[in-house]
Design a protein around this ligand. Structure first.
Ligand SMILES: O=C(O)CCC(=O)C(=O)O
Length: 306
């Protein structure tokens, strides 16, 4: 007897989309090219991203998760019940706001995001010694939450144009945990030229605009083309992409926090965005200092006609 298996329906931003359907596919694994930097660079230029499975030491990533969970429990954010890697929100607990910097100081966390493996890969991709921002974006994404579609350049675009994001899951992530999704090729597709020329020139501190382009994935691909792609992750995998690749996240429909980090790497010697380096990076110094002055992205988009 033949039984058809239905494709999963995944929540991407505000939409429910079929994985394998018209709007959402699978990310491609580039791990087979790990020993060939030229091939990796070609793929990064072409597709705008690299998915590298098992790049990091899985045992170290899981030790980092254990440390992150312990910190979240100590702060009353995560439920103390369950094994050392379980990370459900504490009953009546508050969000994780404020603890991310402490998490990013965990020794095993630093050892992962600045490992010899990632440093060597970044040097190979950048064609010379690589520099990483001292600021690390640690994400503790709660059930129900997701990240809207955006370009990274609006947050960290004052330095090297070759800046790369390294997205690192701390733990195994199913679709239900809300991993990233992106539009392969959107960084260079002609269809996205009007978005690059308007939204892509924003700087959230200088221009005080909302950072996300849209919460609706089809508001992006329906207008500018392409197809969203995502995948599940194992601890040790990384996803790498540049500043103009449109990306967002699936919604976290699980009962646990999603623990991930995004960190930045560039060629040493290139110009550096001063907000994110040094012993005490100043970060977004103006963006939300007067929240009522932040112009909603919907308003800017109407002005730009995009
Ligand atoms: O992990 C997320 O939800 C957001 C991360 C992101 O947008 C990035 O790494 O640029």
């Amino acid at each position: 007897m033949h039984t058809a298996t239905a494709n999963p329906i995944l929540r991407l931003g505000t939409r429910e989309l079929e994985l394998g359907g018209e709007h959402l596919g699978e990310l491609e694994d580039a791990s087979a090219e790990l020993g060939d930097p030229a091939a990796l660079r070609r793929r990064l230029d072409q597709d705008g991203y690299l998915l590298l499975r098992g790049l990091q030491d899985r045992a170290l990533v899981l030790e980092a998760r254990r440390q992150l969970v312990a910190e979240l429990r100590a702060a009353g954010v995560a439920d103390p019940a369950g094994g050392p890697l379980a990370c459900a929100p504490a009953a009546g607990g508050r969000g994780a706001g404020g603890v991310e910097r402490r998490l990013a100081a965990c020794p095993a966390f630093r050892a992962v995001v600045e490992s010899d493996r990632i440093r060597a890969l970044m040097a190979a991709l950048h064609g010379g010694e690589a520099l990483t921002f001292s600021y690390k974006w640690m994400r503790v994404v709660g059930p129900g939450d997701f990240t809207g579609a955006h370009y990274d350049v609006v947050y960290m675009g004052r330095g090297s144009p070759g800046l790369l994001t390294v997205w690192t899951p701390f733990g195994d992530l199913g679709h239900q945990h809300g991993p990233l999704a992106l539009v392969p090729g959107s960084h260079r597709a002609d269809g996205y030229a009007p978005v690059r020329a308007t939204y892509g020139r924003m700087d959230v501190d200088r221009d005080r605009v909302g950072g996300h382009f849209s919460d609706d994935p089809l508001d992006v691909t329906g207008r500018y083309g392409g197809r969203w792609a995502t995948t599940t992750f194992q601890a040790g995998d990384v996803l790498i992409f540049g500043m103009y690749l449109m990306h967002m996240s699936l919604a976290n429909t699980s009962t646990e926090f999603r623990l991930t980090a995004d960190t930045r790497w560039q060629k040493a010697g290139d110009a550096v965005d001063e907000r994110w380096v040094g012993a005490l990076p100043k970060g977004h110094y103006a963006w939300h200092s007067e929240p009522d002055k932040v112009v909603p992205m919907a308003q800017k988009r109407r002005e730009w006609g995009v």
